[in-house]
Design a protein around this ligand. Structure first.
Ligand code: SF4
Length: 554
């Protein structure tokens, strides 16, 4: 029994860099054509015939990279010829996170005397084992489940195609089909929670208003067999409120802990994954423990709704519709797994693009569907139209925390929050001043390049901020990697349309949102209760850096 390191992505084979293939004198920055490993059904991972056939197959083996556009890596021009290998989809200036190797060992059951097989890669990317008598046999593609990811720091920032196999619209369809076939007592309650960002993206693509999109999407899911369709803007109320309170607590306690401030936002799993893998225990104490809207919705559905419906959490199948793939990884974190009932708070995450694909595959034109009334989690609260929050397409964390802190800590009412762009439009600052003195200094840092700059400031002890809204995607969640692209509309123009539609939705103040106070009392047993801490907060885990010779850093 041997173990091979393998890099496995997208349910497809992915090449690895062999240590031997990288010359010692320049191992850190030189690649030579590496061998490729392929999985033989009976014999595990085997080296292929050689690197000569690598490039075209390799390019096809690399999965779609949702990091597109937000990767901070810049390749020196001398490495230009390797760019295609690193990130064929995003082009120059990206790819660092793609090239990191997965260090998860792959078990190989060797058969005595079987020797090393040759594996041939066809132009279409399929792999064939070449037997000694010259016969060929197609090899199965390796499948890697979400749980195979060790979050080892060896691969990309977060979720990628390999992590998506278990969470796709196919899975939702399977769950719905299984539900229809099951005996009534075995059927599950199916719930879909749609993010406001996904709704805006669909609205832009289908040229509908956000309200129409929400109602028609509700109708569509219900025709598929879904029982409830909720809006994650409701769960975001809790996420914002918990973030506000946590900030005030930290600000008041800053004399006792050097790590209390700056407090860094926690709603973006792309950022969290990067922080855990790259800066671990240094950065984690700064990250707010408030759950993201998706995971608060997970608690609402699997705890509150389950109680209301007299069901155990495992009798609910909960799907979310989100603007990025990173949310799939977030949903799969062990922190959101209910050991007692062996179920996740969110069972399946679909990106906006996957919902669009589902519509196409079902042959449904959303525009032609009759709208359906929106569902509401708290009883007695009508949800005639979707709602949102002030402060931009990433949830408005900076604005809500800022206003609340100004009021609570300094008794100042902030009517308008004014942003001052710093390095670029994705790095902005907001200050609260009184008598020439800065009382609060907040920032929004979007995109990995700005995040790296923020972390460097922190490491050098030169971070002037009390709070930073950190988001991995440039331009934030409305520009997430799972959002819809339009073939005929340039990306920037499309983003502007999505932002405009997102901004059309009526905003609410979380403190006053209907049903929120009621749930703090009835469901959570008070604002600062143990239940609120457990169901609305989470924790993070530093990931040990892999000290593997296979890790290539540019
Ligand atoms: Fe997802 Fe938003 Fe983070 Fe992008 S910024 S990775 S869309 S949560």
């Amino acid at each position: 029994m041997n173990f091979f390191p393998g890099s496995m992505r997208g349910g497809a084979l992915h090449p690895v860099f062999s240590e031997q293939s990288i010359p010692l004198r320049s191992r850190r920055n030189t690649l030579v054509a590496p061998p490729v490993y392929a999985q033989d059904e009976g014999r595990g991972w085997q080296e292929t015939v050689g690197p000569a056939s690598v490039p075209s197959a390799w390019l096809r083996a690399v999965p779609l990279c949702h990091v597109a556009g937000r990767c901070a890596a810049r390749l020196p021009s001398s490495k230009a010829r390797f760019r295609g290998y690193l990130c064929p989809l995003t082009g120059p200036g990206s790819g660092l996170f793609l090239v990191q190797d997965c260090i998860k060992p792959v078990k190989v059951d060797k058969r005595p005397g079987s020797g090393v097989a040759k594996i041939h890669i066809e132009d279409d990317g399929s792999y064939f084992q070449v037997t000694q008598d010259g016969g060929t046999r197609r090899l199965e593609k390796a499948k890697v489940s979400l749980n195979d990811c060790l979050a080892c720091s060896g691969c990309v920032t977060s979720a990628e195609t390999v992590l998506i196999t278990q969470q796709s619209h196919e899975e939702l369809r399977k769950a719905l089909d299984a539900n229809k076939m099951a005996a009534p007592r075995q059927q599950k309650l199916v719930v879909v929670s749609v993010s406001p960002q996904s709704r805006a993206s669909l609205a832009a693509r289908l040229q509908l208003s956000p309200t129409d999109t929400a109602r028609k999407l509700t109708a569509f899911f219900k025709t598929l067999g879904v029982h409830f369709v909720f809006d994650t803007a409701f769960s975001r109320n809790f996420s914002l409120l918990e973030s506000q309170r946590e900030f005030v607590r930290r600000f008041r306690g800053q004399a006792d802990s050097t790590q209390a401030l700056p407090m860094l936002a926690s709603a973006c799993p792309g950022w969290i994954c990067y922080a855990e893998k790259t800066h671990g225990s240094f950065i984690i104490p700064h990250i707010s423990t408030a759950r993201s809207p998706q995971q608060v919705m997970g608690a609402l559905v699997k705890d509150f709704l389950a109680q209301q419906q007299h069901l155990t959490p495992d009798k609910i199948y909960h799907v979310t519709v989100m603007p990025c793939y990173d949310k799939k990884l977030e949903a799969s974190r062990p922190d959101f797994f209910n050991q007692e009932h062996q179920t996740r708070d969110v069972d399946c995450v679909l990106t906006t693009g996957e919902v669009f694909k589902l519509l196409e595959e079902e042959g449904v034109s959303l525009s032609e569907l009759e709208p359906a009334p929106l569902d509401s989690l708290p009883s007695g609260v009508s949800a005639e139209e979707p709602t949102s929050h002030r402060g931009g397409g990433s949830g408005g964390y900076l604005e809500h925390v800022f206003r609340h802190a100004a009021r609570e800590l300094f008794g100042i009412h902030v009517a308008e929050v004014t942003y001052r762009p710093l390095r670029n439009k994705d790095f902005q600052e907001v200050t609260l001043e009184q008598g020439g003195q800065v009382l609060l200094r907040f920032a929004a840092a979007y995109g990995l390049r700005n995040i790296q700059s923020l972390v460097q400031k922190l490491k050098r002890g030169r971070c002037p901020y009390h709070y930073v809204e950190v988001m991995a995607c440039p331009a934030g969640c409305l520009n997430g990697g799972g959002q819809l692209k339009a073939p005929d509309t340039p990306g920037r123009e499309l983003l502007q349309q999505v932002e405009r539609l997102y901004g059309l939705v009526r905003t609410e103040v979380p403190e006053d949102a209907p049903g929120v106070r009621e749930l703090y009392g009835r469901w959570l047993q008070g604002e600062a209760s143990e239940r609120a801490g457990r169901l609305l907060h989470t924790q993070y885990h530093a990931v040990e850096k892999a000290s593997s010779g296979l890790s290539i850093r540019w």
